[in-house]
Ligand binder design. Structure first.
Ligand SMILES: [Zn+2]
Ligand SMILES: [Zn+2]
Length: 721
């Protein structure tokens, strides 16, 4: 009899053993269906000595039901799953679930019926039919998707199909993607770029673990250098994974990639349709997807023969997942490359302090691109001291910034204003009684969105229409907006430059890949004069006519006492400054601040990156913060305030006592109420020697909590709310 151990997707149960029936062949990594009580579950066959559980007698084992028609997960990926679970104190089943990210793909090959216009006409034309036929010209998709495109009901389309106006087409769900060609359109590289590209190409050819940090100023052409490494991997028939922090950036990337390689890469992100998801997943596991570009979740997919991983804009905070498995894709990417024995490239103009430290201590190889590509020069940066150069009452842009924008418009050049605040105003209050609009589910103010006429919570999604009268004192017309969001800045631009074409760029306006593509095309085509945006506009974009960048409030990120506040401010402002002057015309950056003397602001003004990093490194060393020490957070939450407090207290009462580890708290979290749950937090600061994860596992493993209490561990946290 053959006994196997399964990793199953039920964290409460742990691994289970089964019997392999006669005639069935499984190996470690096989994805199988097994019985559990009256239900069927999916599991992954695992090495029994790596996944401990209590033994069950042979006679009591139930047989496996089926092996799913997908390639077994390779051992390199199984080791990555184990490592991620161990390092982030996460259930191994939760990590494995990220690998099997498409339920449809597990069912094996499939076809789907799509429809397209046949060229025929219906017996009777109705306005709806006419509209549908006009809208569906050149389209082919499922009934449901076509109904969405045409804006009519599926019934209308079924009527058209019944009369032969729409014809069915049987489509292979796993039809191959267009092939990227390594030698389609090689670029002309500068000497600096060529040196970096040569090193990366050699590393791909060597085919062993080598971590690189490309430290290149904005506009230096980092992408082109790692494209050469991708070309080499393609020529070797190996797969490449490129991680990007946001969907909006992916759209800009696709065009550049297709120009270089003659076909777009395979895209992976959360807004893929389920059919696209299964097609990508199956192509990835079959080794047919040559280059995959995606958000952090693409990292755990079951690539068959990976040859290179690239993490672009590697400093970005969005690589850290703050729910479920709380991992940092940048760090796990390096581990994946290590298990796969391949090179990994982290690219950034403003590397994370941790990454620079790894390079300085020789763990990563640093490749430097110190100057911009072609004739472009780095922009000139100047501070606007808002305590001296005051904006007019009720305005947020200083007269000098406004004047510069007028000049840009007269010269036909573009300006960009950056403010990392969505909506119209971050706080609304009653002028009469002082009432402030707060989210009922969170410790947060409701943000006014004037375009969509709502007050919204950015943490839980709660929305309400602004009332006519104050809910507290009943006074009418007494609500005032406090402080600016990007919508308010866009209004101000319209007052200063009534004739300018203004684009508002936030996750509210640029939420989908299509919208992002549309914005990029308009900005590149000169159809936009002024861009007003949040952190979405800070990186990746390359608009040659953009010659002025205004940072509306550089002090914003420094509030709130985040461990990385100074670093994040430096990165955001340096990145958005890097959007200016990327073509032949010189760029100018104006940074509005009330604290020109703050070290990070002074370093930005002086363009003295080394001084900033040196000072920040010393501050971190002094505080025992990463990379010199380590942090972890334990968040305890419950819908019941007393229950959350009591659970946090019991954790605090059993805190480990050892000299290289300090536990702070428990205390109410800065977001003491989030999505209706009360939250308490403990912070742990440990030296590198402390064995942090083992300590936490041992500590929390001893404790029992009521049903409604959730205890989550965040290793190397980025969010301190
Ligand atoms: Zn009031
Ligand atoms: Zn809320």
């Amino acid at each position: 009899m053959i006994r196997v151990r399964l990793l199953i997707f039920n964290a409460a149960l742990g691994p289970l053993d089964y019997r392999v029936p006669d005639g069935m062949v499984v190996e470690p990594g096989s994805v199988v269906v097994a019985p559990l009580g009256p239900r069927q579950i999916i599991g992954i066959v695992w090495e029994p000595d790596r996944l401990l559980t209590s033994a069950v007698a042979d006679a009591r084992l139930r047989p496996l039901l089926a092996v799913l028609p997908v390639s077994p997960l390779r051992s390199e990926l199984r080791r990555l799953i184990e490592w991620t679970a161990e390092y982030y104190c996460a259930p191994i089943a939760a990590v494995a679930r990220m690998v099997l990210a498409s339920g449809g793909a597990l069912k094996g090959p499939a076809t789907v019926t799509e429809y397209r216009l046949s060229g025929g006409a219906p017996e009777r034309m109705t306005p709806q039919r006419e509209r549908a036929i006009a809208a569906l010209e050149g389209e082919q998709a499922t009934m449901r998707e076509l109904a969405g495109i045409a804006g009519v009901s599926e019934n209308v389309l079924r009527g058209l199909a019944g009369q032969g106006v729409l014809e069915p087409v049987l489509v292979d769900c796993d039809r191959p993607y267009p092939r990227a060609q390594p030698s389609h359109s090689p670029p002309v590289l500068s000497h600096e770029q060529q040196a970096v590209a040569d090193t990366l190409v050699a590393a791909v050819q060597q085919n062993r673990f080598r971590p690189f940090l490309i430290d290149g100023v904005t506009g230096s052409g980092k992408t082109e250098t790692y494209f050469e490494a991708i070309a080499t991997a393609l020529a070797q028939q190996r797969q490449v994974l490129v991680l990007l922090p946001e969907i909006a950036l992916t759209e800009a990337f696709l065009g550049r990639f297709a120009q270089r390689f003659g076909a777009p890469p395979v895209v992976w992100h959360s807004s893929l349709k389920s059919t696209e998801r299964r097609r990508a997943w199956r192509a990835i596991t079959a080794g047919e997807a040559q280059v995959v570009v995606g958000a952090r979740s693409a990292l755990f997919l079951p690539y068959r023969k990976l040859g290179l991983i690239v993490v672009d804009e590697a400093h970005e905070v969005s690589f850290k997942q703050d729910e479920g498995v709380r991992y940092n894709a940048r760090d796990v990417a390096v581990m994946r490359a290590r298990f796969e024995r391949i090179p990994v490239v982290l690219a950034s103009a403003t590397p994370a302090l941790e990454s620079l430290h790894m390079a300085d201590t020789g763990t990563y190889e640093k490749l430097v691109l110190p100057s911009r590509y072609g004739v472009a020069e780095l922009p000139h940066i100047d501070l606007v001291n808002l305590t001296e150069e005051k904006p007019e009452p009720g305005r947020w842009l200083a007269p000098r910034l406004a004047r510069e924008m007028v000049q840009r418009l007269e010269r036909g050049e573009q300006s960009l204003l950056f403010l990392n605040r969505r909506g119209y105003a971050p706080l609304t209050l009653c002028r009469h009684c002082g009432f402030r609009f707060q989210c009922p589910n969170c410790s947060a103010w409701l943000v006014e969105h004037r375009l969509s006429q709502r007050l919204a919570c950015h943490h839980c999604g709660h929305e309400t229409r602004p009332p006519e009268t104050c809910p507290e004192c009943g006074e009418a017309d007494c609500l005032v907006a406090c402080g600016p969001g990007v919508e308010r800045i866009a209004d101000e631009v319209a007052e200063i430059l009534p004739e300018a074409r203004v684009a508002l760029v936030t996750s509210d306006t640029l939420g989908s890949p299509d919208k992002a593509a549309e914005f990029i095309a308009m900005a590149e085509g000169g159809a936009i004069d002024v861009i007003v945006g949040t952190q979405l506009v800070t990186k990746g974009f390359h608009f040659p006519e953009l010659t002025l960048v205004g940072v509306v409030d550089a002090d914003l990120g420094l509030e709130g006492g985040d461990l990385r506040a100074a670093e994040r401010t430096y990165q955001q402002v340096a990145q958005v400054a890097g959007r200016a002057g990327r073509g032949a015309k010189p760029g100018e950056v104006l940074i509005q601040t009330r604290h020109p003397e703050a070290p990070v602001i002074a370093a930005l003004a002086a363009g003295d990156r080394d001084a900033f990093y040196a000072a920040e490194t010393e501050a971190r060393r002094h505080a025992g913060a990463p990379p010199f020490g380590r942090w972890a957070a334990i968040i305890v939450s419950s819908e019941d305030e007393a229950e959350a407090r009591e659970a946090a207290r019991s954790i605090g009462a059993t805190r480990p006592v050892q000299p290289d580890l300090q536990v702070l708290g428990p205390a109410p979290a800065p977001m003491a109420l989030l999505r209706g749950r009360y939250r308490y937090r403990l912070l742990i600061n440990a030296r590198r020697s402390a064995g942090l994860q083992d300590v936490i596992r041992g500590w929390l493993g001893e404790l029992k909590f009521p049903q409604g209490v959730r205890v989550s561990v965040d290793i190397d946290p980025y969010s301190f709310v």
